[in-house]
Design a protein around this ligand. Structure first.
Ligand SMILES: [Zn+2]
Length: 90
């Protein structure tokens, strides 16, 4: 059995989903698809929107750069308000 593979051509993380551009190994068509952020780094199965054959795609992890940005934001919050009030929020 030959599995169809959706190769990841490009991707972008938004605040609430992963926007990907994929290439179908069966029909060679390029298409765009969005996935929930929860699926980051996972292999998922879905049907090609062009030829309708079932295949798998490996979703990317958020890049180190994007993670660093989040950490920097967090540091700023700590500097601004390092007192007891901040701890209570947790
Ligand atoms: Zn296809």
């Amino acid at each position: 059995m030959t599995n169809t593979i959706f190769r990841l051509q490009s991707h972008k993380f938004s605040t609430d989903n992963i926007q990907t551009t994929l290439v179908c190994s069966k029909c060679d068509e390029v298409f765009s698809k969005e996935f929930p952020l929860d699926l980051e780094g996972q292999t998922i199965e879905f049907k090609c929107p062009v030829c309708n054959s079932t295949g798998e795609a490996d979703l990317p992890y958020k890049s180190a750069e994007e993670r660093e940005e989040l950490e920097e934001d967090f540091d700023e919050v700590e500097e601004e308000d390092g007192g007891e009030e901040f701890e209570e929020d947790y």
